[in-house]
Design a protein around this ligand. Structure first.
Ligand code: SF4
Length: 275
C-alpha cells in the first residue's frame, strides 16, 4: 500500500500528504534506523582499513539521530501546514535514546561473531534497495553484508526490532539466500532487549521455494487490494484493521474512514459493499 499509493497519487494533493505521512517515523524507529546506518558505515570503513574509536561512534550516532529527528519535525510541519489535525507531535531527541543507540552500536561492533567475520576474508555492504527478480515481482530481501571467507560465503542480516520467531527466521534466511549461492550461510543478528542474538542458518532449496511462494501469494493479495484504491486514494473499500489497536499508531489515520471510530467505519463499509 505504502509504495503503491505513493506512486499512483504522485500528482494529487491528498496523495502528497499521504506520502509525507508515510515518511514520518516514530523516534523509536528513527533510533533503530540510525543504529543500522552507523554500524553499516563502521563495517564499510573497517573493510577499507579505517577503524573508528568508540567516541567517534558516539559522535556519529548523536549527530545522525539529531538530524533524523529534525527532518521528522519538518515533515510534521508540512502536514500541519495543510491544516490536517494529526496525532503527530514535534519532538526533540531524548538523551536516553541517544545513550541507548550508542551502546547498541558499540555492543554490535564488539560482538565476537562480528569481530571474527572482520578478522579474515572480505566483507561488502549491500544496499537494501537492491532487489532480486521472482516471476513478475522484484523482491527486496537483501542482506546488510556479504562476507567472503575461507569457509565460504556468509550473508549477514540485522533484525533491529526483536528476535523473529523460528519460522520467520527460517523464511527470512531463505529469502536472504537469493543473494548468495547454494552453500551460503545466513547470519542473523537480532536485537532483543538491548542484546544481540546470533542465529546461523543454511537454508535448503525447498525452503527458498516455499518462501518465494508465500511472497507471491501475499503480493497477489496486495495488488488486488491496491486496485480498489484508485487514483483518488479512496480507502472506503479497503479492508480495515481487525483491532483499534492497529489504528492507534497508524500514520494515515487522519485520512482513513476509521478516523471517527473503527467500528463505525466498518459498519459504513459493510453497508457500501452491500449496495
Ligand atoms: S487507521 Fe486503522 S483501519 Fe485505517 S489504515 Fe490505519 S490501521 Fe488501517
Amino acid at each position: 500500500m505504502r509504495y503503491g499509493l505513493a506512486q499512483v497519487s504522485r500528482n494529487h494533493e491528498r496523495g502528497e500528504i499521504l506520502s509525507i505521512a508515510f515518511q514520518i517515523q516514530t523516534p523509536w524507529i528513527l533510533l533503530h534506523q540510525t543504529i543500522r546506518e552507523v554500524v553499516l558505515d563502521y563495517v564499510e570503513d573497517h573493510a577499507n582499513g579505517t577503524v573508528w574509536s568508540n567516541s567517534l561512534i558516539g559522535l556519529r550516532f548523536k549527530m545522525d539521530f539529531e538530524k533524523a529527528m529534525r527532518m521528522r519535525n519538518r515533515l510534521i510541519e508540512r502536514i500541519q501546514s495543510h491544516n490536517h489535525h494529526t496525532s503527530f507531535q514535534e519532538k526533540r531527541p531524548e538523551q536516553h535514546l541517544i545513550d541507548m543507540g550508542i551502546e547498541t552500536c558499540i555492543t554490535f561492533i564488539q560482538h565476537p561473531e562480528l569481530q571474527n567475520l572482520l578478522a579474515e576474508g572480505s566483507i561488502k555492504r549491500i544496499e537494501l534497495t537492491k532487489p532480486t527478480q521472482y516471476r513478475k515481482w522484484k523482491i527486496y530481501s537483501a542482506p546488510d553484508f556479504i562476507h567472503h571467507g575461507p569457509k565460504g560465503n556468509s550473508l549477514i542480516k540485522l533484525n533491529l526490532y526483536g528476535l523473529p520467531s523460528r519460522n520467520n527466521r527460517e523464511r527470512q534466511a531463505a529469502l536472504t539466500r537469493l543473494y548468495g549461492n547454494l552453500d551460503s550461510t545466513v547470519v542473523l543478528f537480532s536485537l532483543k532487549q538491548r542484546k544481540w542474538i546470533v542465529n546461523r542458518i543454511t537454508p535448503m532449496n525447498v525452503q527458498v521455494q516455499q518462501s518465494l511462494d508465500l511472497v507471491a501469494n501475499d503480493a497477489e493479495k496486495m495488488e488486488s487490494i491496491l486496485s480498489l484504491v484508485g487514483r483518488n486514494n479512496d480507502l472506503s473499500l479497503i479492508p480495515l484493521a481487525d483491532s483499534y489497536r492497529s489504528c492507534m499508531h497508524c500514520n494515515v489515520r487522519f485520512l482513513c474512514p476509521s478516523q471517527h471510530g473503527l467500528e463505525k467505519a466498518k459498519a459504513e463499509q459493510r453497508a457500501l459493499m452491500c449496495r
